[in-house]
Design a protein around this ligand. Structure first.
Ligand code: 7TS
Length: 407
């Protein structure tokens, strides 16, 4: 293993000291949500103890202070994904809300009956259902690009589905059910050569790799704070400024207006046009602290360490008879989905919990992926930068003893 200060990092995450059923916690459910470092917990606590007031409203000291911290977090988020301007950083509740926002604003304004939206067969429900709802509202048609048995997008088929009627491509950057990292630059170039905008669902990619929205040239990028070592209840929609300027607002209310009369309302400028109501102030500032923390470690170092963890886990898993890995893409992030002969994933999850190991068992909000592999569910171990090889050993030993008893 290359040197990565994992032991030092672990000390920053107080929950990792918890005992679960009298065993040390082995937390391998990071794709669902990851744990929070002291830097984030303390920042949020500090805001409520010292800085808290509503933002963008008051002239009083606390309101100015919380507004400054809130807007400085927006700038940290901008820099983290290398967006051109903070006007392009819309604060939402999470990936789900970010995608719904695009569907209900850009989508409703631009789609006519017969127009097409192109997604892939490995999407999370939150990058399927908002488009289905939009199709119901507009008469547009949802097209789905297929995947192969390794769990990779078949790019030639994807390209064939890009047609005269395609108005938007919406693709997951890294799949939560399979771990597949999609060739998003290639996808974007193919779509742009036909002047079709591309939304990337970055919920899983963002904690595992450096993301540069300008280098990718994506039109929209959606992610959640809680999968990025930050708080839940806050997420981001990045959008290219020209697109966001042209889009109608999402929700109406305070903060998103410049002038209101009963006859007419003038909307606020970007990014506030899309941010109706009081945001999750302390959590946004907490997300800024998560980004500072990650920048100190370095996203490239994190990606390299997690790649080693995944290789180690994959190699161990391949040695277990009766274990089938679901998702073996050549480009893969730190997610290991698997099934065992004759043992239901929920039983795997329950049994591993008795050993202190937290994994997720289920359809992972990607039911079409389960249908494709003809499994009702999978067990999924998903790794974060604070996981270790020793923890993977605990997982694999647990699986082996489970097979011995029930297999
Ligand atoms: N897109 C992907 C690829 C995801 O993995 C998730 C959440 C979402 C969108 C939605 O994010 P949210 O923060 O708005 O809920 N994925 C998972 C998961 O794999 N297990 O629990 C949540």
């Amino acid at each position: 293993m290359t040197h990565f200060p994992v032991e030092k990092i672990r000390l920053d995450f107080p929950i990792l000291e918890e005992k679960i059923r009298n065993k040390p916690l082995v937390y391998l459910d990071n794709a669902a949500s990851c744990q929070k470092p002291n830097a984030v917990i303390d920042t949020i606590s500090h805001v409520y103890r010292h800085d808290y007031a509503n933002v963008h409203r008051g002239v009083h000291t606390l309101s100015v202070r919380s507004t400054d911290k809130f807007e400085s977090a927006r700038e940290k988020i901008r820099a983290f994904i290398n967006a051109d301007s903070t006007k392009e950083i819309i604060i939402t509740k999470g990936t789900t809300e970010s995608i719904n926002l695009v569907a209900q604003t850009y989508g409703k304004a631009n789609l006519k009956p017969g127009d097409e939206i192109l997604i892939t067969a490995m999407e999370h429900h939150s990058n399927i259902v908002p488009w289905q709802m939009l199709c119901e509202q507009t008469g547009a048609i949802l097209k789905v690009a297929p995947i192969n048995q390794q769990g990779e997008l078949i790019v030639t088929e994807f390209e064939k589905l890009l047609g005269d009627k395609t108005r938007l491509v919406a693709v997951v950057h890294m799949s939560n059910a399979l771990g597949t990292i999609n060739p998003v630059k290639n996808i974007i170039d193919l779509a742009h050569s036909r002047s079709i905008p591309v939304l990337l669902d970055g919920a899983q990619a963002i904690p595992h790799m450096a993301v540069d929205v300008q280098a990718l040239d994506c039109d929209f990028y959606a992610f959640s704070g809680h999968k990025l070592y930050g708080p839940s209840g806050v997420g981001i929609l990045y959008g290219k400024r020209a697109l966001l300027e042209a889009m109608p607002p999402y929700q109406g209310g305070g903060d998103m207006i410049r002038k209101v009369t009963f006859e007419e309302t003038e909307y606020n400028s970007l990014p506030y046009k899309f941010e109706a109501g009081t945001p999750s102030i302390a959590d946004v500032i907490g997300l800024g602290a998560a980004i500072d923390y990650l920048n100190d470690i370095g996203m490239d170092a994190i990606a390299a360490y997690e790649a080693e963890l995944l290789d180690y886990a994959t190699e161990k898993a391949r040695q277990i008879k009766g274990l089938r890995i679901i998702g073996e893409a050549a480009e893969k992030g730190a997610i290991l989905s698997f099934v065992l002969d004759r043992i239901h994933p929920h039983d795997i999850g329950t049994m591993l919990d008795s050993l202190g190991v937290a994994i997720r068992a289920g359809h992972h909000c990607a039911m079409p992926v389960m249908d494709f592999y003809e499994v009702p569910a999978t067990a999924r171990a998903s790794f974060a930068m604070y996981n270790t090889q020793q923890e993977i050993d605990v997982l694999m030993n647990g699986i082996e003893s489970l097979i011995e008893v029930f297999g």
